[in-house]
Design a binder for this molecule. Structure first.
Ligand code: ADP
Length: 160
């Protein structure tokens, strides 16, 4: 049970920053479930199926990593999977306040839940999915920041 962690997020779309966290996590935990939230309230550019598909393709070579989708409360989902560890990425002080609230709220909802924070490589500290979409839409070069699979999908969305 202690060897399983859940890495939840919207992943709209997955970036090299997310992959960096998954890679680091997979060296510590035997199994990681990347849990893609439907996040309907965030109005994602990619459908849940597309987000799961991109993650499956880009994490295919990672040991012990599986990708699933979930809806509803993360703590309920984690409990159903038998996991008590949540992984989250921490990029900068700006992430801290929200992540701190989320981690303590999740523990309040399920006292067995703990959140492990992982810092990405400094190359990805300024990277987020929102920025990627914005730059891609305006035709900027993001080829070193997202996997090739995602680059293709972004081009198909914005530059038909
Ligand atoms: P959410 O809607 O849950 O914030 P995201 O897909 O934006 O979903 O992020 C999922 C997790 O990945 C969060 O913990 C976030 O801090 C982390 N993350 C996002 N981008 C990066 C990055 N460039 N480096 C490290 N962690 C990141």
């Amino acid at each position: 049970m202690g060897n399983l962690a859940i890495y939840p997020g919207t992943f709209d779309p997955v970036t090299n920053g997310h992959l960096d966290i998954i890679q680091r996590g997979s060296e510590i935990f035997e199994r990681i479930i990347v849990a893609v939230a439907s996040s309907r309230n965030k109005n994602p550019l990619f459908s849940l199926e597309e987000r799961v598909e991109m993650l499956k393709k880009t994490t295919a070579g990672y040991k012990g990593v599986t990708v699933e989708s979930f809806d509803g409360l993360l703590v309920d989902y984690a409990r159903a999977q038998g996991a008590r560890v949540i992984i989250r990425g921490l990029r900068a002080v700006s992430d801290f306040e929200y992540e701190f609230q989320l981690a303590l709220m999740n523990r309040k909802l399920n006292s067995e839940m703990d959140t492990f924070f992982v810092m990405p490589s400094e190359k990805y500290v300024y990277l987020n999915s929102g920025l990627i979409k914005e730059i891609s839409r305006m035709g900027g070069d993001i080829s070193s920041l997202v996997p090739g699979e995602v680059l293709k999908k972004l081009k198909a969305k914005y530059h038909k």
